[in-house]
Ligand binder design. Structure first.
Ligand code: 13P
Ligand code: ZN
Length: 276
C-alpha cells in the first residue's frame, strides 16, 4: 500500500490531470484543495513524516481548526502532479485555532502550499458551514471562456449569472444559485480570500475577473463538473456573441419563464433575484 493507492489521493490527482487536459492550467496556473475525512486522515497517517514548523496564515477560520487538507503546491504545475506527487502536492494540518498550517506529507524540496491557500481555507470554512460539512473540495482554474467573458460583460453577479444560465438548458440546474463575481484583484493572500469567501456564503461558483474560476463542492466529480459546466457556458457565450456580430440581440434564446419552469420541474430552488 502506498499513499497513491488511497481513494482520495487518486481522486485528487485525477482531477489535476483532468484540469490539465482541459487546458486550464498553463505553467503553475490554478490550485486544488481537499478536506480529508477522519477515516482518510487515519489511512494517510502511516505516510506522514516529521511535521514541519507551523506557518501562520493571514486569515482565521475557527470552524475547520484541526482539519487536514491535501493541497497543490505554490509554483507547481498541474501537469506534474501525477508523475511527481511528492514534489507537487502535500497534506497539511490546520491548528485548532484555525490560523496556521504545518506540512505533514509531500511538498518535498521546501515547497509550500498554493499561494491561494488562504483563499481556499477561508472558502472551505464558509462552504462547509453553508452545506453542514458536505463541501470538501475547492478548485481554482484559469478557464479561458470565463476570463474572456470578464472583458465584455459587466462585472456583477446578475450580469454573469443570467448570461451563463441562458447559454445551455441545464446550467440553471447545475448552479441554481448563480455565480458571484470578484472584480480584478491581486492574486494570493487575504484580500482576495476575504472577497471570495463573502460571496461563497451565497454561491458555490465565483468568477475572478481576468483570472479564472473558483468553485466548491462535496467531491471531485461534482466540483470538476461544476467548473466544466460554467466554463462551457462561458465559451458558448463568447462564441455565440462573436457569431452574432458582437451583438447580444439573439434571434432565439431561453426565456426567464423557461429557467423558472426548469427549476420547478427539477425541484430546485432558483435564485429569484436573477430572473425577471
Ligand atoms: P500557485 O502556483 O501559488 O498555486 O498560484 C497559481 C495561481 O493560479 C494563483 O492564482
Ligand atoms: Zn490563479
Amino acid at each position: 500500500m502506498a499513499i497513491n493507492d488511497l481513494g482520495f489521493f487518486k481522486g485528487f490527482t485525477r482531477m489535476c490531470e483532468d484540469g490539465w487536459l482541459q487546458g486550464w492550467h498553463e505553467r503553475n496556473g490554478g490550485n486544488l484543495t481537499y478536506r480529508l475525512t477522519d477515516d482518510e486522515v487515519a489511512s494517510a497517517r502511516p505516510f506522514f513524516g516529521e511535521p514541519r514548523p507551523w506557518v501562520k496564515m493571514g486569515v482565521t477560520g475557527e470552524n475547520l481548526g484541526g482539519s487536514f487538507f491535501l493541497t497543490t503546491g505554490s509554483g507547481k504545475f498541474f501537469r506534474n502532479v501525477c508523475p511527481d506527487p511528492e514534489h507537487s502536492i502535500g497534506i497539511v494540518e490546520i491548528n485548532e485555532a484555525g490560523d496556521s498550517y504545518r506540512i505533514m506529507w509531500g511538498l518535498e524540496g521546501d515547497a509550500r502550499p498554493t499561494s491561494e491557500f488562504e483563499s481556499h481555507y477561508m472558502n472551505h470554512c464558509v462552504a462547509a458551514a453553508r452545506t453542514n460539512g458536505a463541501d470538501r473540495v475547492i478548485y481554482h482554474a484559469h478557464t479561458p471562456g470565463v476570463i474572456e467573458m470578464s472583458f465584455i460583460v459587466p462585472l456583477t453577479d446578475r450580469d454573469f449569472t443570467r448570461r451563463l444560465w441562458q447559454m445551455m438548458t441545464e446550467c440553471v440546474v447545475v448552479f441554481p444559485a448563480g455565480v458571484g463575481v470578484v472584480p480584478w484583484m491581486v492574486p494570493g493572500g487575504p484580500a482576495i480570500a476575504n472577497a471570495s469567501s463573502e460571496l461563497m456564503k451565497t454561491y458555490d461558483t465565483i468568477v475572478w475577473a481576468h483570472h479564472g474560476l473558483f468553485a466548491a463542492g462535496p467531491d471531485f466529480d461534482t466540483t470538476f463538473g461544476l467548473a466544466h459546466t460554467v466554463e462551457k457556458a462561458a465559451q458558448l457565450y463568447v462564441a455565440a456573441r462573436a457569431a452574432n456580430g458582437g451583438s447580444e440581440d439573439w434571434l432565439n434564446k431561453i426565456e426567464d419563464a423557461g429557467l423558472v419552469q426548469t427549476c420547478h420541474d427539477f425541484n430546485i430552488q432558483i435564485n429569484e433575484a436573477f430572473v425577471d
